[in-house]
Design a protein around this ligand. Sequence first.
Ligand SMILES: [Zn+2]
Length: 217
Amino acid sequence: MTLIILFQTRSCIYIDRVYKEKKVETLISQAMKSFQKSWGIGLDNLETGGLKKMSKINYCPICRTSLVEKKMEGKTRLACSADSCGYIYWDSPIPVVAGIVEYNGTVILARNKSWHKKMFGLITGFLEKDESPETGILREVKEELGLTGKTVKLVGLYPFAMMNQLIIAYHVSAEGDIQLGEEIAEIKCLEPARLKPWDFGTGLAIRDWLLSLDNKE
Ligand SMILES: [Zn+2]
């Protein structure tokens, strides 16, 4: 079994799955190169930046019997080994909302308290139950920055295989007085021209948003 690094959901770095496939390790190595390029930090530094380790699901959440790998319609899935139970761990992607928050002509990037000090990202968070993605990103902007979103516009949907997430990215123009939430260590306010998108996860949303600005000009 191999431990895997995953980044950025409820604006924290964490590890929540164990992969056996080499393919994922390739993804990680690509992501690490991207981190190096965007933030000038490598894996060793990131590890000291607050990565946490957790193991994958091993037991059935219904009956607590061990999960085993089963072939189903050409895919290998984890399923409960008790015939009477039938639980399958689908491992579906988790929706995450992300916000390119525009504030006084700048875009706000935030650093979570558990992150390396050079690492900044968009405001992100898990959708909550019964919440629309638009409401979710406005809630996150309020919680993490203390700002009120005035407009919310979808930038795009970004499957993030390494994290098993679907990122739903918005452009949010926000107003108010900044008051950082307890998860946020510091923020940067960058003019759009100074944004350098990273080539995975939320970085792709920044890339597309910047392209849309270019097209408007
Ligand atoms: Zn079970």
